[in-house]
Design a protein around this ligand. Structure first.
Ligand SMILES: [Zn+2]
Length: 387
């Protein structure tokens, strides 16, 4: 049985997970201090003044693009994932703002045929087929990146999930920005919602994209010249060649429900497929499984706990807490039983060319060197009810 005080009594953060601790009252770091920062999850408070300023900038950008649009084929590039957020943004840029948009989708090699077909269907419905490209000759680069990360993740405090997501998005963004530079398009937009503020608010500084997106290990074997060319190369690109990289949802008035409604009503995305919580990424799911054995908990718990904390009143918080705790334990059980996302994980392991045993061996190696090892094993024991 899991003792009650093992999880934060206000949200559901487990004691000792990724450096988070419960105090003597049973409250976690986030519940004691709402602005608590942890490398794996922190809530970003938006400065209203700054948001206003940036919103003005966004309006200026749009005005400028609308005024000068006759001079070029495309006004901007949109990184297009096929999800509700980027679909609604694409619709807004084209149908409300009347901009000429080139939508770019990167296939990391893990996109299912169904997902690709859904993207094609959506763009057909929007009459945008000719203004969209799939970049799908980069899957080997992604595969090598993932394999490297899964076998060389040395941190005792940052989860593999966070590391993989950061490195993978830096690579995706680099490929898209490189494509924009090649076509001399001066603006690149990404449809991240306001709750997806991690490193950047509204604008990615050009210097940072140019100098810091490149993976630090990319010059080592087994990475190839082609892999390195996917990143932005500061030897070949000067700062003035860099487009502006903007995240407009951070300053627009964003209403998630309204966005889901718009994309579903227009028939752009089938009803029910615009689920905001559960990720469809097999790589993230494999990383979550890695983190489970490595750090003694599910990285999803950070997001679930945030949703519990955001409940409008005490009663709904308690109901939510129960619901998410049950889901958390259920997923933990399915990992122990080996039934968690079986097909997706098998496919992932096959593509990076290794077995589950090899990954577990690597996990145990790093876990044995973790000063928090005993607590990790204790947390795993607590979740493994059968034991
Ligand atoms: Zn808490």
């Amino acid at each position: 049985m899991i003792k009650r005080e093992h999880f934060c009594r206000n949200c559901i953060i487990p004691d000792g997970f990724l450096g988070l601790k419960l105090d003597e009252e049973g409250l976690c770091d986030y519940c004691r201090n709402p602005s608590h920062k942890n490398a794996n999850w922190s809530k970003v408070k938006i400065d209203i003044e700054k948001k206003k300023q940036m919103h003005n900038d966004w309006k200026q950008v749009i005005k400028k693009l609308q005024k000068t649009k006759r001079n070029r084929m495309y006004d901007c590039v949109l990184g297009y994932s096929g999800g509700k957020d980027s679909t609604a943004l694409l619709d807004y840029l084209i149908n409300e703002l009347r901009l000429n948009v080139l939508a770019i989708t990167i296939d990391t090699g893990f996109m299912t045929d169904i997902a690709k077909q859904n993207i094609r269907d959506t763009l057909n419905r929007m009459n945008l087929k000719e203004h969209h490209i799939f970049i799908d000759d980069v899957s080997k680069t992604f595969t090598r990146l993932y394999r490297w990360l899964f076998f060389n993740h040395q941190s005792n405090s940052v989860s593999l999930t966070v590391n993989v997501c950061d490195q993978c998005s830096d690579l995706i963004h680099s490929i898209i920005v490189n494509e924009a530079i090649k076509r001399n398009i001066r603006y690149v937009f990404f449809g991240y919602s306001p709750d997806q503020i991690k490193r950047y608010f509204y604008e990615v500084p050009r210097e940072e994209a140019l100098n810091e997106w490149k993976a630090i290990f990319i010059d080592l074997a087994p990475f190839t010249e082609k892999d390195r060319n996917c990143f932005l190369n500061s030897d070949k690109i000067s700062i003035k060649d860099m487009p502006r990289i903007l995240l407009p949802y951070h300053v627009m008035n964003y209403d998630e429900r309204a966005i889901i409604e718009i994309v579903e009503k227009k028939g752009l995305i089938q009803k029910g497929k615009a689920d905001p919580i559960l990720t469809n990424c097999h790589v993230v799911k494999a990383a979550a499984m890695y983190d489970f054995y490595r750090y003694g908990g599910l990285t999803y718990v950070l997001q679930y706990a945030e949703l519990v904390r955001q409940a409008p009143d005490d009663k709904s918080r308690r109901i939510n807490r129960k619901k998410w705790l049950r889901l958390y334990k259920g997923i933990a059980q399915s990992i122990f039983k080996g039934t968690f996302n079986v097909e997706g994980i098998e496919r992932f392991l096959e593509s990076i060319g290794c077995t589950m045993e090899e990954i577990l061996e690597s996990i145990i190696h790093f876990r044995n060197h973790d000063p928090n090892k005993n607590k990790i094993l204790e947390n795993l024991d607590l979740l493994n009810i059968k034991k």
